[in-house]
Write a new protein. Structure first.
Length: 334
């Protein structure tokens, strides 16, 4: 659909610079992009969202954790280590959650370490080790700031994670929260907007622990999986919002228009290759079902191939529709 396509590596300085050099505004929709090139483009006067200096922090889960500490943002206790040898020397109590500092997305760089044997079979790269949280719920809060400095936030979303894949399977919005939980989340929203002072949008992934304390897991400075329901469910979708920020327009209303449940369509476990999405006519029969297929040619285990959002009178209604869509839809690997 684009007017122009530039082919290159997002990690390569020359390629990223070549991509941006004739543009006025650059929006980033994932984090792993060469920072030197982005900084050079910023120096040349391009508007880049998210700001490259902030992206540099977010690209590195270690730097993110240090930022939280600096701003007193609640997060799981952690340690940093350059390699396995350093982790062993630290003698940290087991279990803990090991995360690659860079380049680990969608659960790919996260591993629960129950034993030293688990550690041996993990990567040997700079990592963050985190206290293992007894997670009761996972939420997401999307906040942002437009070019005039006005801030906004979407209502909190509940994320249901896939049992085996460490990635989001379902989203529910809106949700009802106890006042004391909502208050903690509101404070975190303020703190994050304070920590990131530029124009942008930040999806804050949150844990609720067994003591009903809210902790920040990580932040994505962009449109996010946890905002997909805003396309049908909110007065302004996260995508229009991002474009408004880029163009210097006022941010739009984040009001909820209807209950939604969203399901990520994931590639089947253990299978890779070309695929067909079958059962679509059955899925599409129901009112209030919105199918988004991303047009990816091949699947991998748990690859995000699309999503379905359901709208309805109540959240229960939406769940019924999504469960029936889940039954009908088959990803068949050729
Ligand atoms: P990614 O960047 O790959 O999305 P995350 O850091 O969000 O990785 O972790 C993926 C999932 O792993 C989380 O959503 C959560 O379910 C689980 N997880 C991450 N950190 C912890 C932790 N400290 N304690 C318990 N579970 C965790």
């Amino acid at each position: 659909m684009a007017d122009e396509i530039v082919i290159g590596s997002h990690a390569d300085e020359n390629d990223v610079y070549r991509f941006g050099k004739d543009l006025d505004i650059i929006l980033l929709e994932f984090e792993d992009i060469n920072i030197s090139a982005l900084k050079k483009l910023k120096q040349e006067g391009k508007t880049i969202i998210c700001d490259p200096n902030e992206l540099e922090i977010i690209q590195d889960k270690g730097k993110q954790k240090m930022l939280y500490k600096e701003h007193a943002i609640p997060t799981a206790d952690f340690f940093l280590a350059d390699d396995q040898k350093e982790i062993r020397k630290k003698n940290v109590p087991l279990p803990f959650v090991l995360k690659k500092r860079t380049q680990g997305y969608d659960g790919g760089g996260v591993k629960k370490i129950n034993t030293l044997h688990d550690l041996s079979s993990a990567w040997d790269a700079p990592s963050v080790g985190e206290e293992c949280i007894d997670i009761k719920k996972e939420y997401s809060l999307i906040v942002g700031r437009d070019q005039s400095g006005n801030t906004f936030r979407y209502p909190v979303v509940e994320q249901h994670f896939h049992n085996n894949a460490h990635l989001v399977h379902f989203l529910v919005a809106p949700i009802e929260l106890k006042q004391q939980i909502q208050t903690q989340i509101d404070t975190i929203g303020d703190q994050v907007l304070n920590a990131f002072s530029t124009t942008g949008m930040w999806a804050i992934e949150l844990f609720l622990d067994a003591d009903e304390k809210v902790l920040v897991n990580e932040i994505a400075p962009r449109v996010h999986n946890s905002g997909h329901h805003t396309i049908e469910g909110s007065a302004t979708s996260q995508f229009s919002q991002f474009i408004r920020l880029a163009l210097g327009l006022p941010h739009g209303s984040t009001k909820t228009l209807t209950p939604t449940v969203t399901m990520n369509i994931l590639g089947p476990e253990g299978k890779s290759g070309a695929y067909q999405a079958e059962g679509l006519s059955e899925v599409l029969k129901t009112e209030g079902i919105f199918l988004h297929l991303y047009g990816k040619k091949t699947t991998r285990p748990f690859r995000k191939l699309g999503h379905i959002t359901t709208t309805g009178e109540t959240t229960d209604d939406c769940w019924k529709k999504i469960r029936s869509a889940q039954q009908s839809l088959q990803i068949v690997v050729e």
